[in-house]
Design a protein around this ligand. Structure first.
Ligand SMILES: [Zn+2]
Length: 552
C-alpha cells in the first residue's frame, strides 16, 4: 500500500519509548503507516504520494491540549486583550480605541486583566472614568473575577445586587450599590449575557442546557466561535483537546461542525456536575458518553470545581491566608458529599476531573478518589486533578499510589510566563512557596503528568507553554520543578493522550495509530528554550488531513 503522504529528513520525536527517534514518517488513510529511516519510509512512496522535506526540523505527535475552554477561547479571540497592560491610562486608552472600532457592540469586554492592574482594587468608578457611556467590563486572566462599569451593571440589572449561590458574589459597596467586582460565574453571568455569549458559557456557569434549544441561526453564531477556536488551536499544532467545561449542547455543536467537515481536532467534552445537583443527573453524563463515542468526539468524564483561585482568596487552604488571618476559604463540596459523588461517578465507569488549587481542596479531592477506589475496587479510572497549585507534602505520595493524574499548566506559576508574581505569591505566603506549583516532585512521586494551558486563561500556544516549562526559575528558597524537554514534550503529547483515555488513538507516532502530526520550524533540541515561544508551527495534520499550514 503506497503512502498518501511522507514527511522525511526530519528529527522525528515519536514519544514511543520503543523507538524514540526516526527520520521519516509515512501516513495512509488517516493513520501512521511507517516510522523509520529515510530509506525505509521513502520506499513507501507511490506516484501520488506527497513527499515533504522537513529540512531537519522537529516532527512530533500532534499536541494534546489537556485542559482548555474551546468555546470561551474562540469567543474571546474577538474581545479586547489587555494582558500585560499596567495603570489607568494604558487601560483607558485600550478601552477607548476598542470602543471606537466596535461601535455596534452591546458590551465592550476585555480579557487578561490581572488583579494588580491598577494600584488599588478595581471598581466601577475606575472603569466609568475610562468609558462612561457604554457598558464595558474586563475579565481577570483566571476567569474567576469580572469587573464592570456602572453602565454594564445597570444594563445587566445587577447594580443593586444579585442573589447568588454560595461562593459567587456581586460585591456590594457602602453606598448599597455593586462596587463593580463580580466574583465567580454566577455573579458575572448577567454581564456575559450582555455580550450575547450566554449559551457558550452555560457549560462552565451552570452545566445546564440552553432552554429553549437554540435555533439554527443561534447555533450558527456559536459554531462560528467554536470554529475560530479550532482554527486557532490547529495553528498551534494541537490535534486533540480536552474541553473542561461542557454540556450536551457543546457536543451537538461539535457534531454539526464535524458533519460540515470543519472539525479540526479530536475533542472531549465533560458533563459539568455542580454541587447542588442530584446524583441522578449523572444519567445525563452517561447519555453523553453513550451518544458521543468515536475517535473525534467523546465525553466519558465529569468535571467539578472543588474551590476557586488564590488571587481572590477562594482557593481552599489548610492554613490561613497570610494576608487575611482566620480565612482559609471553603470547599464547594463538603468532604463527605464529595466522597459520595466521586464513588457514584466511578461506579458508573466514568472518569473524574476536579479543579483543585488550594492544598485543602487537593486533599479533599484525593480523599474522594481514595474512597471511590475502596468502594468500587481498583479499575483503570485515570481520575485527574486540575491545577494542584498547592499541595501538602503528606499528600504527594498519595497521587502516585492512587494513580491520580496531575493536570498541570506550565504558563500558570506566577513569573513563569505572563502572570505577575503578585498578588499570588503573597497570598500563598513564603512558608508555603516550597509546595507551590510542583511538577517534578509530583512526577517523581509517580503521578502521571499532563500539560495544558487552560486557554483562554493563558495563551494556548504549546511552544510558549514549553518555554515556560523549561525556563521557569524557582521561587526564593525553593527547588527546581522543571521536567526535561523530553518529559515536557511527553506531557504535551502521549501523557495528555493517556490522561484522556485516548492513548490507543493518538499521542505517539506508531504504525496503526492516527496520523496526528505537528512539524515545527526549528529543531527543538538545538534551540534555546528561551526562544521556543518565538518558534512557529509549520504544519499540523490531524487524522491524515492538513489542518494548518504556515503561510498557506
Ligand atoms: Zn479551566
Amino acid at each position: 500500500m503506497p503512502a498518501d503522504r511522507i514527511i522525511t529528513n526530519a528529527r522525528v520525536l515519536t514519544m514511543n519509548p520503543a523507538q524514540p527517534r526516526a527520520e521519516a514518517v509515512a501516513m495512509s488513510g488517516g493513520q501512521i503507516l511507517a516510522v523509520g529511516t529515510r530509506a525505509e519510509v521513502e520506499a513507501l512512496a507511490g506516484p501520488l504520494t506527497e513527499v515533504m522535506d522537513a529540512h531537519g526540523r522537529t516532527v512530533l505527535p500532534g499536541f494534546v491540549e489537556s485542559h482548555l475552554h474551546l468555546g470561551l477561547g474562540g469567543a474571546e479571540l474577538s474581545h479586547l486583550h489587555v494582558t500585560g497592560l499596567r495603570g489607568h491610562d494604558a487601560l483607558a486608552q485600550a478601552f477607548r480605541s476598542f470602543a471606537q472600532k466596535n461601535p455596534e457592540r452591546t458590551l465592550l469586554m476585555a480579557q487578561g486583566a490581572d488583579y494588580a492592574m491598577l494600584d488599588h482594587p478595581v471598581t466601577r468608578h475606575d472603569l466609568d472614568a475610562m468609558v462612561p457611556d457604554r457598558p464595558i467590563a474586563m475579565t481577570a486572566h483566571d476567569h474567576h473575577t469580572v469587573w464592570a462599569n456602572t453602565a454594564a451593571l445597570r444594563s445587566a440589572g445587577i447594580l443593586g445586587g444579585l442573589q447568588t449561590p454560595h461562593g459567587h458574589e456581586v460585591v456590594m459597596g457602602a453606598d448599597g450599590l455593586a462596587t463593580g467586582e463580580l466574583r465567580e460565574f454566577e455573579a458575572f453571568a448577567p454581564i456575559i449575557a450582555l455580550g450575547g455569549e450566554t449559551r457558550l458559557n452555560l457549560g462552565i456557569a451552570t452545566g445546564a442546557e440552553p432552554s429553549p434549544w437554540p435555533d439554527a441561526a443561534e447555533r450558527a453564531i456559536d459554531k462560528a466561535k467554536i470554529h475560530d477556536g479550532l482554527r486557532h488551536c490547529a495553528a498551534h499544532g494541537i490535534t486533540s483537546m480536552v474541553n473542561m467545561d461542557g454540556n450536551r449542547y457543546t457536543l451537538e455543536l461539535l457534531r454539526e461542525i464535524q458533519a460540515e467537515g470543519n472539525l479540526l481536532a479530536r475533542v472531549k467534552v465533560p458533563f459539568h456536575l455542580k454541587p447542588h445537583m442530584d446524583l441522578s443527573e449523572l444519567d445525563r453524563a452517561e447519555a453523553m458518553t453513550r451518544d458521543f463515542n468515536d475517535e473525534w468526539l467523546q465525553s466519558g468524564f465529569v468535571k467539578m470545581f472543588m474551590d476557586g483561585v488564590v488571587d481572590s482568596r477562594t482557593a481552599f487552604m489548610l492554613n490561613d491566608y497570610p494576608d487575611m488571618p482566620g480565612h482559609r476559604s471553603e470547599p464547594l463540596f463538603t468532604p463527605a458529599r464529595f466522597c459520595e459523588v466521586a464513588t457514584e461517578i466511578d461506579r458508573r465507569g466514568l472518569q473524574i476531573a476536579v479543579h483543585a488549587i488550594g492544598d485543602a481542596a487537593v486533599r479533599t479531592t484525593i480523599d474522594g478518589y481514595e474512597a471511590a477506589q475502596m468502594a468500587n475496587g481498583k479499575r483503570d479510572s485515570r481520575h485527574r486533578i486540575e491545577h494542584i497549585e498547592l499541595i501538602d507534602r503528606a499528600d504527594i505520595a498519595r497521587l502516585g499510589r492512587l494513580g491520580i493524574i496531575a493536570s498541570l499548566q506550565p504558563p500558570h506559576p506566577p513569573g513563569a510566563l505572563d502572570f505577575p508574581l503578585m498578588p499570588t505569591l503573597e497570598r500563598i505566603g513564603t512558608a508555603r512557596w516550597p509546595d507551590a506549583y510542583l511538577w517534578k516532585t509530583l512526577a517523581m512521586a509517580g503521578a502521571p503528568v499532563a500539560f495544558a494551558s487552560d486557554w483562554p486563561v493563558t495563551d494556548v500556544s504549546v511552544l510558549r507553554g514549553l518555554q515556560a516549562a523549561l525556563t521557569r526559575t524557582p521561587f526564593d528558597g525553593c527547588g527546581d520543578e522543571r521536567l526535561t524537554l523530553m518529559e515536557s514534550l511527553y506531557a504535551y503529547t502521549a501523557g495528555g493522550a493517556w490522561a484522556a483515555h485516548r492513548d490507543h488513538v493518538t499521542g505517539q507516532l506508531i504504525p496503526g495509530m492516527a496520523a496526528d502530526i505537528v512539524m515545527l520550524d526549528v529543531d527543538l533540541e538545538t534551540t534555546p528554550p528561551a526562544e521556543f515561544g518565538k518558534c512557529a508551527v509549520m504544519l499540523t495534520i490531524c487524522g491524515g488531513t492538513v489542518t494548518y499550514r504556515h503561510n498557506a
